[in-house]
Design a protein around this ligand. Structure first.
Ligand code: ZN
Ligand code: ZN
Length: 391
């Protein structure tokens, strides 16, 4: 079996990982580079047989709907079949419909899979395993071929609402692993403490009690966070959102593929609001899911400052890049509470001990060498983009 990390050995996002045997070639994820710098032009993946030339790839398997894992699918040759989680596909298509029509069209024909159900592409067997991340229907993959077993983690964390399933997953499905390809997003961050998703939801619940008009700034596809907020709303408040957000939440609640108590319909109302807030909600107060766009910022500024509370529940790095948002958060009462979607450093070392792989390749990180320090007794291979790794 041959592994080539086309991108991601020394950067966060834009991942593309090739696994091939003598007869089959697949890609795991096909992401767009992430950059906060608006002037940065993301580099396109350029892979013979995948993005150019005669098609020579049997499938692209997507771990989850974040753009840094599927945003480059529009560059992949149209003959190459796609595979992704069934709910993940639906959410990705809603987002693409608003942001990238070509991506929407490419996703239309994607094959779908469900957690735990293995499928084959040529002589490569793939078992998708649902794992916690700041995206719904997110997967790790156990890849089996030519007598070898690889675990690709995609993006994951152990401090989310589904952390308890991890031991069971490892014991039941993962088994012996030759090579672990793991994300290492937080290897380069200094902070050791990692706030749990439960703690964030508790904080948000108590902050919501504090204001009449409460605005929660959160990624529209961070489903566990939004469903957690919604289910824990005080009974005298309604949750208001725009059409884009409502379509995503309706899709999650009505999905038939994915069993989760968190995603069940419940009796707290979700109100679609297109323009200024109606008089009833102005009188009674509300909680509104918003994004850091000009439109939402001006809606918030139109309300009396003393009645407004903003809960900022995303990575704080985005604030520095959005001056209008920065000014808003500096002048209005704002609480910042957020839990990362990525595995904390000490959890990653625990995970490595649990899986006990023969070799480890860190990806989705800008500091892969840090893993060598954190796991000195392990065979950590810091490879470069496009460098073959043969097992
Ligand atoms: Zn990612
Ligand atoms: Zn992600």
């Amino acid at each position: 079996m041959n592994i080539i990390i086309h991108r991601g050995t020394h950067q966060i996002g834009g991942s593309a990982i090739e696994i091939s045997t003598k007869s089959t070639r697949i890609m795991l994820d096909f992401g767009k580079e992430l950059s906060l710098d608006e002037k940065y032009i993301p580099e396109n993946l350029d892979i013979e047989g995948v993005t150019a030339g005669v098609p020579n790839c049997d499938g692209i398997v997507i771990s989850h709907y974040h753009m840094d894992h599927l945003g480059q699918l529009t560059s992949a040759l149209p003959e190459i079949p796609l595979y992704m989680g069934a709910l993940s596909k639906e959410v990705a298509m809603i987002a693409a419909e608003y942001q990238d029509k070509d991506l929407y069209l490419r996703l239309l024909g994607a094959n779908t899979f469900c957690g735990g159900e293995a499928f084959s592409i040529g002589d490569i067997r793939i078992r998708p395993l649902v794992i916690d991340h700041s995206a719904a229907d997110n997967y790790m993959f156990v890849i089996e071929a030519e007598g070898k077993r690889v675990l690709y983690t995609g993006d994951f964390r152990m401090h989310g609402l589904r952390h308890h399933v991890l031991h069971k997953l490892v014991n039941t499905y993962i088994g012996e692993i030759d090579v672990l390809i793991t994300e290492g997003t937080l290897l380069s961050r200094d902070a050791d403490d990692c706030i749990s998703e439960v703690a964030v939801l508790e904080d948000i619940s108590s902050y919501i009690q504090d204001g009449k008009y409460v605005f929660v700034m959160c990624s529209s596809t961070n489903i566990d966070r939004i469903m957690g907020i919604w289910q824990n709303m005080p009974s005298d408040k309604v949750l208001i959102c725009d059409a884009y957000q409502k379509r995503i939440l309706d899709t999650v609640i009505n999905n038939v593929y994915y069993e989760s108590s968190l995603y069940r319909r419940h009796d707290r109302p979700l109100v679609l609001n297109k323009g200024p807030y109606p008089k009833y909600y102005m009188n009674h107060g509300f909680v509104s899911l918003v994004r850091g766009t000009e439109n939402f910022i001006s809606q918030i500024k139109a309300l009396p400052k003393d009645d407004v509370r903003i809960i900022y529940s995303m990575w704080t790095g985005y604030i520095e890049e959005n001056l209008a948002l920065k000014a808003l958060l500096e002048t209005y009462p704002t609480y910042i509470c957020h839990a990362s979607g990525h595995v904390a450093k000490d959890d990653l070392t625990k995970f490595i001990e649990l899986v006990n792989p023969d070799a480890i390749i860190p990806v989705h990180t800008d500091n892969p060498e840090r893993l060598e320090e954190l796991a000195p007794h392990r065979n950590v291979y810091v490879v470069n983009d496009n460098e073959p790794f043969i097992i």
